[in-house]
Design a protein around this ligand. Structure first.
Ligand code: KIV
Ligand code: ZN
Length: 390
């Protein structure tokens, strides 16, 4: 594997599915898992097998059908969780157990009423037990974002010794700033014995809208796996959005970070997840939102019609969107009107355009968006229908 490759660990079916109202049945999970495999993700976190019989079945069925990606199951640092996950994953070509425990002072005190030493002991025992079933064991230090770096380094070193292959450093509460999260990864890279033999993973939540920025900061500082979800769905404000981190790495080649994602499948994957989860994608969502390639102000429309790159940093075709949209509103200019009129069959001279534009503005002031049918009406009202080129 290239040193600059960042593995994409998709947790749409686990952290993503934790969103209230987004629960999927096994059939839906299988459809999405097959799409993720096609998309080129490296790891699919298929579920939390001990959490319910339905989740066990889903992980088990996904493990049977996924051909390329590693299939992963989540556990707590609890023997039975690990045993059940191993059973659910037994048909996987490449199985991974993802186990872990909270490491921040708040988790140690309030969740476990325990001590740092005991938490390390529990983590080590969990990793060793998971290793007795599968070679590939990922350890998560829950709430690593708020865990003291020196203690976190001790935790990481102990888990490497116990056999962990991947160390997940979650910003569980979405608290870190990008600089702080990047520095945390750098600190671990520089202070943990054996760190170069394992993969460091970023798992960032979006409580302050920083999940994507934090994950990229982690990768810049040496992490080589990013945990993310389609459309950024996930617990509370969500997880890092897969389409965002992938396109950031692609659009900034000087970072020398790359992935194996087939970006042309991003839009259809987003639509598929939205459809099955019944969760609409916000229109202004980066990369996959309905307005991500739509231009509505006159100044922008004029630029895009002359050359797409004036206002677009991504070719929509790169992410599977057929074309940029020129949306007609009362803020649109003549260039946009002429462009859309031509698309529906009207070639206008400059004088005709001036006339039609007046009619268009009157119309647009009373409607949020002017559609193709409205253009025909505007032409009729402008009394220049005879100029139409059909
Ligand atoms: O946010 C988190 O810390 C998690 C872990 C279970 C990996 O989802
Ligand atoms: Zn999470």
């Amino acid at each position: 594997m290239s040193n600059n490759k960042v593995q994409i660990f998709d947790t749409t079916l686990r952290d993503g599915e934790q969103v209230p109202g987004c629960k999927l049945n096994t059939k839906q999970k299988l459809i999405i898992a097959e799409q993720l495999d096609l998309l080129g993700v490296d790891i699919i976190e298929a579920g939390f097998p001990v959490s319910s019989p339905g989740d066990f079945t889903s992980v088990n069925e996904i493990a049977k059908v996924v051909k390329n990606a590693t299939v992963c199951g989540l556990t707590r640092a609890v023997e039975n969780d690990i045993k059940v996950a191993a059973e659910a994953l037994k048909h996987a070509v490449r199985p991974r157990i993802h186990t872990g425990i909270g490491t921040s002072d708040s988790h140690i005190k309030y969740k476990f009423n325990s001590t740092q030493e005991k938490v390390i002991e529990r983590g080590v025992a969990a990793v060793k037990y998971a290793k007795s079933f599968v070679e590939d064991v990922e350890f998560y230090a829950e709430d690593a974002g708020r865990t003291d770096n020196e203690f976190l380094a001790r935790v990481c070193e102990a888990m490497i010794k116990a056999g962990a292959t991947v160390l997940n450093i979650p910003d569980t509460t979405g608290y870190c700033l990008p600089e702080e999260y990047g520095a945390k990864i750098k600190y671990l890279k520089e202070n943990v014995k054996g760190i170069d033999n394992v993969v460091i993973s970023c798992h960032c939540h979006n409580d302050l809208g920083l999940a994507t920025a934090n994950s990229i900061a982690g990768a810049i500082n040496g992490a080589r796996q990013i945990e993310c979800t389609i459309n950024g769905i996930g617990e509370r404000a969500g997880n890092t959005s897969l389409e965002e981190v992938v396109m950031i790495m692609k659009q900034h080649p000087y970072l020398s970070l790359n992935t194996d994602i087939n970006t042309k499948l991003l839009y259809e994957s987003s639509q598929m997840v939205s459809h099955h989860m019944g969760m609409v994608v916000q229109p202004n969502k980066a990369i996959v939102g309905a307005n991500a390639f739509a231009h509505s102000s006159g100044i922008h429309q004029d630029g895009v019609i002359k050359n797409r790159e004036t206002y677009e940093i991504i070719d929509p075709a790169e992410v599977g969107v057929t074309e940029s949209a020129i949306v007609l509103t009362a803020r649109s200019g003549r260039a946009a009107l002429a462009y859309r009129a031509k698309k529906v069959g009207y070639e206008l001279t400059k004088l005709q355009l001036d006339d039609v534009y007046k009619e268009f503005l009157n119309f647009a002031d009373h409607k949020k968006e002017v559609l193709d049918d409205d253009i025909h009406l505007i032409m009729k009202n402008s009394n220049i229908a005879a100029a139409a080129v059909v």
